[in-house]
Design a binder for this molecule. Structure first.
Ligand SMILES: Cc1cc2nc3c(=O)[nH]c(=O)nc-3n(C[C@H](O)[C@H](O)[C@H](O)COP(=O)(O)OP(=O)(O)OC[C@H]3O[C@@H](n4cnc5c(N)ncnc54)[C@H](O)[C@@H]3O)c2cc1C
Length: 464
């Protein structure tokens, strides 16, 4: 059969790939999108969305436990883990189905199968029915990533889980060890801890959520500990002894190894890019560890071949993948495109309390030679936070003392993952401290704290 020809072929239908495909089609390009498993990729099926559905169940459960605080009564509060998981899988399925409709509506040709590059501009797709050959001047790699496995700590789906099993657990853990306190590890720790699992988190670096501002990490650490989590910082899991009903972990802290027993372990030690079996080596595509090397426009160095999203490296976030998808489609159309700057991308963690940040931490700003002005505002000083029964949290802002540029914003507390976008827009528009101080924030809202934090940096805070 003759090869089908397109203007643009996208390999992978995660938030990078499907968004690139839709934007390309909007611009009038003839687009094919190839996916080997589920439309929506990790994000919709095994990442962002199903975890948030689980965490919502935990949040409602936690609120029900606090019913009395709100003058309400709720008796015999409980949960059915299978029903909680069923809801999460249902949400994922609904959204994955929605991507199919969006691709169709935009006239993208969706091909379910495994794609491989067979030459410049050539893709071969293995489908259920055989092999399809496709050609295009432009090909976008958006094949994503998977859980990283450390020797000896590999997931087995029984007692030691990676994220896919943690999302549809074979049993409810009673005594849980989470290895790694990045966003994925902490979200699972938060979920299972809230539902009653005795949870220990081991972090090799010197603090929990190590990419966050040190003060935010410390705040979160205190909150997690208060909720009963045990957090071992500067510690390393050296070995796991597995048996049918338990795992003995050898955990090293300060040169001393302690053995601890758990019934379940979640390994959340990072991700590796899906770079294998794509024909990349043959085309001379550069790979650094497990990620395709690209320039700021996601170009691989091979003419007409782009890589976006998780396969192209950090930050491993769905919105970064999507934004790169749009940029690449516009480049292919011949439009003027702006590179995606990592420092403008917010990171959000949906644990309890939530954590969100954008830009430089105070330490990083100082390391880069900035003279900084720092503002802070605690949730306890905000009317809406008190009315919501969420008085624990902090908003911290970091400014360049010389120019008034907002260098970074860091938040911990209720709904901060929704609020951070206010600062993201501020940074994108290069607002000064003056603009932010002159902005009117509605009352009563949690967002008023964003204003107060800025006012505090310039010694004008009102409610503190
Ligand atoms: C548990 C968890 C929670 C997360 N939570 C968040 C969050 O809250 N917010 C956030 O921003 N990010 C979150 N992430 C990260 C987010 O899921 C990823 O950054 C995002 O999915 C990356 O998008 P992508 O399009 O690059 O790749 P993916 O979503 O991984 O999609 C790649 C697709 O390519 C397909 N594919 C691979 N190889 C081939 C091939 N050869 N042929 C055809 N198809 C192929 C795969 O099947 C997959 O569907 C989370 C991740 C995990 C694991």
């Amino acid at each position: 059969m003759a090869a089908q020809t397109f203007d643009m072929i996208v390999i992978g239908a995660g938030p990078g790939g499907y968004v690139a495909a839709i934007r390309g089609a909007q611009l009038g390009l003839k687009v094919a999108c190839v996916e080997r498993e589920h439309l929506g990729g990790i994000c919709l099926n095994w990442g962002c969305i199903p975890t948030k559905a689980l965490l919502r169940s935990a949040e409602v459960f936690h609120l029900m436990e606090r019913a009395k605080d709100f003058g309400l009564s709720a008796e015999k509060i409980g949960y059915d883990i299978d029903a909680v998981v069923k809801r999460s899988r249902g949400v994922a399925a609904q959204l994955s189905g929605g991507i199919g409709h969006l691709l169709k509506k935009n006239k993208v040709t969706t091909i379910m199968g495994e794609a491989r590059l067979t030459g410049k501009g050539k893709v071969s797709v293995k489908t259920d029915k055989g092999t399809e050959e496709l050609t295009a001047k432009n090909i976008v790699l958006a094949t994503g990533a998977r859980a990283r496995e450390l020797p000896g700590l590999e997931a087995d789906g029984k007692r030691v889980w990676a994220y896919k099993t943690a999302l549809q657990p074979p049993h409810m853990p009673k005594k849980l060890l989470v290895i790694g306190s990045g966003a994925i590890g902490i979200e699972f720790a938060s979920f299972y801890n809230t539902l009653g699992a005795e949870t220990t988190v081991v972090e090799v670096l010197d603090r929990v959520l190590p990419v966050e501002d040190a003060e935010i990490s410390a705040f979160a650490m205190k909150a997690f500990t208060k909720q009963g989590m045990k957090i071992l910082e500067k510690s390393m899991v050296k070995q796991l002894d597995r048996s049918a009903d338990k795992v003995v972990a050898h955990i090293e802290t300060g040169g001393k190894v302690e053995k601890m027993e758990f019934d379940t372990v979640i390994s959340a030690v990072g991700i590796v890019g899906n770079v294998e079996n794509l024909g990349l080596e043959e085309l001379g595509v550069k790979i650094d560890r497990t990620h395709v090397v690209t320039d700021e426009f996601c170009r691989t160095g091979v003419e007409g071949l782009y890589a976006i999203g998780d396969i192209a490296g950090a930050p491993w976030l769905a919105h970064k993948a999507s934004h790169e998808g749009v940029m690449v489609a516009e480049l292919i159309k011949g439009m003027h495109a702006h590179p995606v700057k990592p420092e403008t991308i917010a990171g959000c963690t949906y644990c309890h309390p939530q954590v969100a940040s954008v830009g430089l931490t105070e330490a990083k700003a100082k390391e880069q030679g900035y003279e900084v002005k720092v503002g802070k505002f605690p949730f306890i000083g905000n009317g809406k936070a008190i009315a919501l029964g969420e008085p624990e949290g902090l908003i911290k802002t970091v400014f360049d003392a010389k120019t008034g540029e907002l260098l970074g914003a860091h938040m911990v507390g209720a709904e901060v993952t929704e609020m951070i976008q206010g600062y993201v827009i501020g940074r994108k528009l290069e607002t000064t401290e003056q603009d932010l101080m002159e902005t009117v924030f509605p009352h009563p809202t949690l967002s008023e704290m964003m204003h107060e934090s800025v006012l505090d940096a310039f010694d004008r805070v009102i409610h503190m």
